[in-house]
Design a binder for this molecule. Sequence first.
Ligand code: ACO
Length: 385
Amino acid sequence: MARYAHIIGWGMAVPERVLTNQELEGMVDTSDEWITTRTGIRTRHIAGERESTASLATEAARRALRMTALSAIELDLIIVATASPEHLFPATACLVQDAIGAARAGAFDLSAACTGFIYALNMAAQAIRSGSIQHALVIGAETLSRLVDWKDRNTCVLFGDGAGAVVLSASDVPGGVLSCVMRSDGSGANLLYVAAGGSRYPASPETVEKGMHTIRMNGREVFRFATRVMASSTREAVSLAGLQLEDIEVIIPHQANRRIIESAARGLKLPLDRFLINIDRYGNTSSASIPIALCEGLADGRINPGDHVVMVAFGGGLTWGALTMEWVGVEMPVTPRARWRRRFLRRLARLRSFLVRILRKLEGLLWGARSHPRSSAKDRRRRHE
Ligand code: ACO
């Protein structure tokens, strides 16, 4: 029997703190008028002290799971697409895995900048369609505000924080993820990057002094590249799905600049109202922008069963891609028993995680010194002979 990969749950999380253009006017040499007309951004959400990529990802994941009858223990795979991970390693996905109690899931981060969510959704869908897994959690999560140079007006006005998550499940109902194109061009790596903190330029007083830990971007070049690939990859993905552009009811574009979205609409000769746009309220949340727009589109009734949907993005790398989906509206009704089971298993997982940590500590105290077996007096004597 053919297998299809459908989104059965979705959720988003953004920090409470909203930063307005007017506030930015007091921080750098900019104006509300410039930001609004050049980018379409009015406000963005900025993570508070206690928030991070993992905490936002976890909150979005919990909300997505709550829409389904699944418990986290039933997840086979967690992918977090992010350009601003919690740490270099471990993967942010592992922190989410522990926080939600997905004790049987493999977990990894995917680094493809703003295209990350599309890459991740495609990877999970392929794993489901091949029959190797049943349920996956795909998250796009960012706290780019932590990588922004707040003195650089070229970049600091653009980015925001947030997370969006979907639960992707196997089903024999035709539809779901239909096609995807994933592309890259590393010759443009120098157009958008954070130079230091990796193996090329490890953190040092010099890298900090030179501001090498913050985002550097050639805005004009990225703009030119983006307007080119948004339309071409959409066309490619739609054709791969055996559809025509006219069949597409909704396009969810990466929210980087309203003018880029308008240019893609012109290139595709599609009306702008077919595009979901929320950049005015969130700014560019990188890999989180598409799942956040998806959540809002579903909440607002902009996406309905039977709709063909295209997600299209571009970003650092350079990377770009587009994914076509048939939104069938496959649901997994949440019974009170399923809700109760999920809550119970979550508490159990939390307890398990706590006990495993204690046990690991105890083992370390008791046996830690013996992790490299101690040589016996006899061995030592033999060595000295
Ligand atoms: N306020 C006021 N003036 C500004 C600001 C600002 N915040 N930022 C730049 N300017 C100035 C520039 O200094 C320049 O001045 P100059 O002419 O005296 O040199 C002038 O505005 C015009 O600059 P441009 O770069 O030509 O402005 P443009 O219209 O191209 O808009 C922008 C700049 C918004 C950055 C645009 O190029 C863009 O959106 N590029 C794409 C960026 C993007 O999508 N990045 C994210 C990729 S996704 C990812 O992977 C994270």
